[in-house]
Write a protein that binds this ligand. Structure first.
Ligand code: PLP
Length: 458
């Protein structure tokens, strides 16, 4: 390991320092410390390469964000060119070229009506900004009782406290429950978890009816409903039938509750269209973007707003209608330059059109090779977002005991076969970059099948 520019630390040194000093996110640290870490040193195309030269297919897009592959020349060049201009300058009281141009590009690509871009640097901060905008919007609009938020059961919108408040995953969030604001929950039309043995159409009807009743009942105190459109990701890959997002748009408009679309995971092609909202022809009042916005290269997020929301904040400075919110790296020029280069690749490569047959291939191969396995209970897919639900007894829908860590063990088996994936409990998640090749999809499905068999049918 190491070249002319980087010191050649040995694997053992890196392992010792990692174990002594790093605290890894979402990681049971006791287990981590008992294991040999994979130290990633390079990326190439849709693969990451470790310190020992092993190559792995990046089956979860480096946490759902890589879009066009690693080490893309165009992205490297755009970042380098911007680096020679300026790495960072603030958007507080100043502006900069990449931030301006990207705002123009994003508003022209996003669902019609989203005309304003507020930058931050992570999915959670995009969500925080949207929630605070929604709350302040109603205070500024003469409706001071609208101070509560609504979301979908099992939602995940990030790890800052505001985002945790509208999310709720027992495993992740139970320690913070006492300080979280009360949130109205709607049951999503997810058949496996919530709408047991209903057809998709029946689940849709039931969830829409519940949303209509609940939002009508709570409307006077509700500021906004936040949803992940089309696919609830970190909840466990829960897809929504077509029409659900449109129904929620119609209901929220009717009862004057803002609709926030969290497309941190689903945005930038992940569900097959540039934004998932497009599939139901919906414009939310606020749209949260992050992860894939820079092609997965640099931290950047954006909260897009309609004129209606933005204009409520207009007024003389002394009136105090300003959105008093911001982050040091808001509108970072390097990250915005990467985002512009990523959007240019979408056009140059015709990424979305070329993705469609790959989505079909993935669906076909999962149906043929993975769905029939004895312990695969459900395979869910939207675009290149996939959740494979494993169960001790698939037909009786009996889960494995949590202590068996079945999902985690499948990912370890996959890694030994050269594919990086991550589980959500016993749901094995696949989310390859949009640039994944047909032969790589083949490899992904074959390895995942082998890994599931190795763990569940030893
Ligand atoms: C839907 C959704 N919203 C928000 C977030 C938080 O994003 P970040 O990890 O960049 O803060 C995530 C992360 O997985 C997400 O999936």
């Amino acid at each position: 390991m190491g070249d002319a520019d980087t010191p050649a630390w040995t694997y053992d040194t890196l392992k010792a320092w990692d174990h002594a000093h790093l605290w890894h996110p979402f990681s049971p640290m006791q287990l981590w410390l008992a294991d040999d870490p994979v130290v990633i040193v390079r990326g190439e195309g849709n693969e990451v390469i470790d310190s020992e030269g092993h190559r792995y297919l990046d089956g979860v897009s480096s946490l759902w964000c890589n879009v066009h592959g690693h080490n893309r020349e165009e992205l490297n060049e755009a970042i380098t060119a911007q680096l020679h201009q300026i790495a960072h300058s603030t958007l507080l009281g100043l502006t900069n070229v990449p931030a301006i141009v990207l705002a123009e590009r994003l508003t022209s690509l996003a669902p019609v009506g989203l005309s304003r871009v507020f930058y931050s640097d992570a999915g959670a901060t995009a969500v925080e900004a949207a929630l605070k905008m929604a709350l302040q919007f109603w205070q500024l609009s003469g409706q001071p009782r609208k101070t509560r938020l609504a979301s979908l059961v099992g939602a995940y919108h990030g790890d800052t406290l505001g985002a945790v408040g509208v999310g709720y995953t027992e495993t992740f969030h139970r320690f913070y429950r006492p300080v979280l604001p009360d949130c109205v929950r709607l049951t999503p039309p997810h058949v496996w978890q919530w709408q047991d043995r209903l057809s998709e159409a029946e689940a849709l009807d039931r969830s829409v009816a519940e949303a209509r009743d609940t939002l009508a009942r709570e409307q006077e105190t509700l500021a906004a409903l936040i949803i992940e459109p089309v696919m609830q990701g970190a909840a466990g890959m829960w897809p929504q039938p077509p029409g659900y997002v449109a129904a929620l748009r119609e209901i929220t408009s009717a009862v004057d509750v803002l609709l926030i679309g969290d497309e941190v995971a689903t945005g930038f092609g992940r569900t097959g269209t540039m934004f998932a909202c497009e599939q139901d022809r919906v414009t939310p009042d606020l749209l949260c973007l992050a992860k894939g916005i820079t092609g997965g290269y640099l931290p950047l997020a954006a909260t897009l707003a309609t004129d209606r929301v933005h204009d409520a904040f207009l007024g003389e400075a002394h009136e105090g209608r300003t959105f008093f919110h911001g982050h040091t790296y808001t509108g970072n020029p390097l990250a915005c330059a990467a985002a512009l280069a990523s959007l240019a690749i979408f056009e140059a490569d015709d990424t979305l059109r070329r993705l469609a047959p790959k989505v079909d291939q993935l669906e076909r191969q999962l149906a043929e090779e993975v769905a029939p396995l004895a312990h695969v209970a459900d395979v869910r897919q939207r675009g290149v977002m996939v959740g494979i639900e494993l169960a001790a007894d698939a037909s009786a829908r009996r889960s494995y005991p949590a202590r068996d860590r079945i999902g985690a063990r499948v990912t370890v088996e996959a890694r030994a076969r050269g594919v990086i994936i991550r589980p959500l409990g016993d749901v094995v998640v696949l989310m390859p970059p949009l640039s994944v090749r047909e032969d790589e999809l083949d490899r992904l499905v074959t390895v995942v099948r082998e890994a599931i068999v190795a763990v569940t049918e030893p």
